[in-house]
Design a protein around this ligand. Structure first.
Ligand code: G3P
Length: 218
């Protein structure tokens, strides 16, 4: 499964990119606002830091303006994936951009029917928001299971399932078990995935016992 980092914070992206575990980045208007950065500038910086797809979301909601914005965002760097909301105008924009070779990430997906429409519109990625479904006592992983089941019937479809609105490491594990293509994960959750008390305890014991040998490797 590919890991995208779900943030617009340059330092967080840089730190994680250095682990070699980062396959892309996703942003959205809320993450851009939180970063306090100029949108076009920070997307360009992120595209320099990470080789994989970097999602940059249009701000408009009408097709003509979304298309114009999407074309401008796509020119920032070759690894920009234009993000559009799952609306009729968003999918019209998705079709136009994907037909011209631009990667499109269709976001704010909350049903399998929406995911079918996005695939038909030529989306490169579909972003089901599992955390927001959990927030209303609906199991977001059921949506991932449904989408993965539907897409598996049509292997010719190019659309990758990009699990979004991830809130904790269990979301990542469950998404991987279901065969999702990508999880876009907040930096803190990725760092949490490293942690296990028995790893820390075991390493401390190894270090202490090695020191007792009085030896060095170098
Ligand atoms: O990529 C979408 C993600 O940023 C949304 O997360 O926690 O606002 O539902 P959240």
């Amino acid at each position: 499964m590919k890991f995208f980092v779900d943030t617009a914070e340059i330092d967080d992206i840089r730190d994680l990119a250095e682990t070699g575990l980062v396959d892309g980045v996703t942003t959205n208007p809320s993450l851009i606002h939180k970063s306090g950065r100029d949108f076009l500038e920070v997307i360009a910086e992120i595209c320099d830091l990470v080789d994989g797809p970097v999602s940059a979301e249009v701000a408009a909601t009408d097709y003509p303006t979304m298309l114009e914005e999407g074309r401008k965002l796509a020119k920032i760097a070759s690894n920009v994936a234009v993000k559009v909301p799952l609306t009729p105008d968003g999918l019209k924009t998705c079709r136009a951009l994907s037909q011209s070779g631009t990667q499109v990430n269709v976001t704010l997906c909350f049903s399998a029917n929406q995911a079918i429409l996005a695939a038909k519109a030529g989306a490169s990625f579909i972003s089901p928001f599992i955390g927001r479904l959990d927030d209303i006592a609906t199991d977001g992983m059921d949506l991932i299971a449904d989408i993965c089941d539907v897409y598996a019937n049509y292997p010719e479809l190019p659309t990758e399932v990009l699990v979004a609105s991830v809130r904790h490491p269990m979301h990542v594990l469950q998404a991987a078990k279901l065969g999702a293509d990508v999880a876009t994960v907040p930096p803190g959750v990725i760092w949490q995935m490293f942690n296990h008390p028995l790893t820390e305890k075991g390493l401390a014991a190894f270090v202490a016992d090695w020191q007792k040998t009085g030896q060095t490797i170098l």
